[in-house]
Structures are given as structure tokens and as C-alpha cells.
Design a protein around this ligand. Structure first.
Ligand code: ADP
Ligand code: TRP
Length: 320
């Protein structure tokens, strides 16, 4: 089975990214052929400062490697090191109906948030389809918000195959329902664009402050509480074992548990989980040459695969 996912270097990675996409994708690397890439062409639709793009690209590479990406197993690369995806984007765009793109929520949401409505932003899902189809992936692990883009990819691949012959495998999205939408500190979906994130490798004091800011209702310590309505519990559950989450849920329902105590437990859990990874990240940061080498080698491996697909697609449409 082949798995592919990507992430835009458009800001600091957070718990929504980690549980929604990184962890499920990294879990699959042991038992499948995984491709993971840094979607820097995509990020250009929203990042206009070249220095920030370079820095964010490096940060995402460090984050993934620190969080357990094994570059021996997983093909880890930077999208722009494989420009063949852009040619494939064009070949796919000729079978992509305008209506399909006009229905994409992500485009409409981004424009509503003030991102300029450029042609690149509008055709973003076709580039994403090219990323996925180029490596003939079977499965695409993503959070709920990206599901529509994977469905668009399937539609495009089916149309291309019908018109020009079987070139592309039809991929499936893989969405873990338990982490489909990780809430932010305000209870909305955690997202860089909502300023409600808890960063994976933020300064500890900032992380603690963010956790203390998580919105709760105004019940007192003595009141009985519903854990399933609580944003703090939703995040705690992501770090706890099933038994621990069950025990905590019991204490919510019994009364006598304050939100402050759960926030403290969440903070301790998060520290215990990310502190060793932070050390790993700091060590990697001292070896920029190593990170460059990993990305270069990943790009070479990805390129081999992608060139094969591109050749088949060029031949199918009559360019070769
Ligand atoms: P953001 O909303 O912060 O800009 P991205 O759109 O770059 O995040 O998302 C990168 C990956 O992380 C995608 O697969 C997305 O589905 C996943 N993801 C982002 N936020 C969340 C969240 N709050 N819950 C679950 N998955 C998420
Ligand atoms: N659009 C995705 C996001 O914003 C990033 C992405 C680009 C991606 N190409 C992809 C994800 C291919 C999965 C597969 O999060």
C-alpha cells in the first residue's frame, strides 16, 4: 500500500496538524510505502515573504524529523524539488471542470478570510491532485478539512482515465474520526488562521499560557460536568490512554473536578510527550547539512516515481 500526505509551510505546526495528519501518517510509515512532502508551491498562495517561506520550510522539516519521520523508510521531500508535478497539474487541469473547483469550501473560506482570490488559490486543488496522483498513492491521511480535496482528486483521476486510458490509481482519503477536528483554545477548529493554536514546539511558557486560555463553561468545581462538551478534555484525551481518559471522564461526571486541574494534567502530558522530541529537534537544528541531505535524497526518490507517472500521462494525451 502506498500512502502520501503533505503539509504547507505556512506557519508553526500545532496539535491539530499533529493529531490530524502527522501522527496518522507517521504511524503508517512502518507498514506501508510512505511519501511525505512539504507543500511549498501550495504555501505561495498565502505566504508572500521569501524569508518566511524559507524559514517555515526548514521548521516543518525539523518538526517532522523530530516527531519520528524515518527518512530511510519514508520518502520525505520538498514539493518544489520535483517540478514535474507542475507539468502534471497542467495535464490534469484540462479535464478539471470549473464547477468542481467552484464548489471547494477551502477556496471560499480562504477568500472570506482575506487571502487574495488569485488563479493559483483557485486551482490549488488541481496541484494537490497532481501531488497525490503523481506517486500513484492508495491512501491520503489528512484531517477532515482536506477530505473534499481528495474527493476532487478522485473525480479528476476518473475523468482523465476515462478520456485517455488508465494512467492513475484512484486514491482514498484516510481520516481518523477520533482526531478529525482537533479543537483550538477557543473551541473552534484549531488552525493557524484562527490564532487559537497550541504549537508543538512553542516556548514552554507560551504553551502553558495557551492551555490556560482554553475556553470552558462557567461550572464550579463541585458541579457535575459532561466531558464530551469540554475542549480541555478533548485535548487531554489525545494524550491519555483509553483507561486514563475513562477515569478522567468519570471524575467529570461525578463532580468535584475543576477545569484548572484538567488543564494542569494536559500541560504535564503535553510536556512529557514533546520534551524528548524537542531535544531531538534541537540536535537536528545543529546539523543543517543533514536535513538538506535528507530532503535532497527524498526528492531524488520521489522524482524517479513521479517521472514515471508523468511519462505515462504525456504518452496518454499524445505529447509523446
Ligand atoms: P491550518 O488550518 O492550521 O492552516 P493546514 O490546513 O495547513 O492547517 O493543515 C495541515 C494538515 O493538518 C491537514 O491534513 C489538516 O487536515 C490537518 N489539520 C489542521 N488542523 C486540524 C485540526 N484542528 N484537526 C485535525 N486536523 C487538522
Ligand atoms: N492542501 C493540504 C493542506 O492545506 C496540503 C497538501 C498539498 C496535501 N498537497 C497535498 C495534503 C497532497 C495531502 C496530499 O493541508
Amino acid at each position: 500500500m502506498r500512502v502520501l500526505s503533505g503539509i504547507q509551510p505556512s506557519g508553526k505546526l500545532h496539535l491539530g496538524n499533529y493529531f490530524g495528519m502527522m501522527k496518522p501518517a507517521l504511524a503508517l510509515q512502518e507498514r506501508s510505502e510512505a511519501f511525505l512532502f512539504i507543500a511549498d508551491y501550495h504555501a505561495l498562495t498565502s505566504v508572500s515573504d521569501p524569508g518566511i517561506l524559507r524559514q517555515a520550510t526548514r521548521d516543518v522539516a525539523l518538526d517532522f524529523l523530530a516527531c519520528g519521520l524515518n527518512p530511510e523508510k519514508t520518502v520525505f521531500y520538498r514539493q518544489s524539488d520535483v517540478p514535474e508535478v507542475l507539468e502534471l497539474t497542467w495535464l490534469l487541469s484540462i479535464v478539471t471542470p470549473m464547477g468542481l473547483l467552484e464548489r471547494c469550501h477551502s477556496y471560499k473560506d480562504k477568500v472570506a478570510r482575506g487571502i487574495p482570490a488569485s488563479h493559483g488559490l483557485f486551482t490549488y486543488p488541481v496541484l494537490m491532485a497532481a501531488d497525490i496522483l503523481a506517486v500513484q498513492s492508495d491512501v491520503v491521511p489528512v484531517g477532515q478539512d482536506q477530505k473534499q480535496h481528495v474527493e476532487v482528486t478522485r473525480d479528476i483521476a476518473i475523468k482523465f482515465n476515462q478520456k485517455f486510458g488508465e494512467v492513475f490509481k484512484i486514491p482514498e482519503p484516510a481520516i481518523h474520526q477520533s482526531v478529525a477536528v482537533v479543537p483550538g483554545v477557543d473551541g473552534q477548529k484549531m488552525s493557524k488562521s484562527y490564532n487559537n493554536t497550541i504549537e508543538l514546539f512553542g516556548a514552554p511558557a507560551e504553551t502553558k499560557k495557551a492551555i490556560m486560555r482554553i475556553v470552558t463553561d462557567s461550572k464550579t468545581v463541585a458541579d457535575k460536568k459532561d466531558p464530551d462538551q469540554c475542549n480541555v478534555f478533548a485535548l487531554y484525551k489525545l494524550f491519555a490512554t483509553e483507561a486514563e481518559a475513562g477515569a478522567m471522564a468519570g471524575r467529570y461526571r461525578a463532580g468535584g473536578l475543576g477545569y484548572g486541574e484538567v488543564k494542569k494534567a494536559l500541560w504535564e502530558r503535553m510536556q512529557a510527550h514533546f520534551e524528548p522530541l524537542r531535544k531531538e529537534r534541537e540536535a537536528l537544528q545543529q546539523e543543517p547539512g543533514r536535513v538538506d541531505r535528507i530532503l535532497r535524497q527524498g526528492a531524488a526518490r520521489a522524482r524517479d516515481e513521479i517521472q514515471k507517472t508523468l511519462k505515462a500521462a504525456r504518452r496518454a494525451v499524445g505529447l509523446e
